[in-house]
Design a protein. Sequence first.
Length: 143
Amino acid sequence: MPQIARSDPTHPGANAGRRWLLLAVSAAILLAVGLAGCGQNSTELSDGASSDDVNAGRVAYERSCSACHGVGGQGTQQGPPFVDKVYEPSHHSDAAFLLAVKRGVREHHWNFGDMPPQAGVSDPEVAQIVAYVRRLQREAGIE
């Protein structure tokens, strides 16, 4: 039986090494991209927010968030304060706020119970709310 060289492109295993290398490199790139924001000051939604965004965020926050999270992010008996180290950008990214609004949140840092999804708040409004909350945090020395 004649042996077929692995360099023969018609051999079934001829490109297996290249495929594994491509797969490994692709996985490494995806991992690096995925980890790029970990542990950083993640302010992907609020960086560079205009004063108009912050003001619109204040209005949206007062309408949609303040009943539980308090005026100026100070918290209430129903919800935790956002002006707290627990919510600093390196621990709760801006995207975490968006996911909390969309999906709700299980109780994990405080004893207020689970937060249900907030269907009446749009993604652009959440971005504005986050800009407002981040401004409040910076004013309180939380960065």
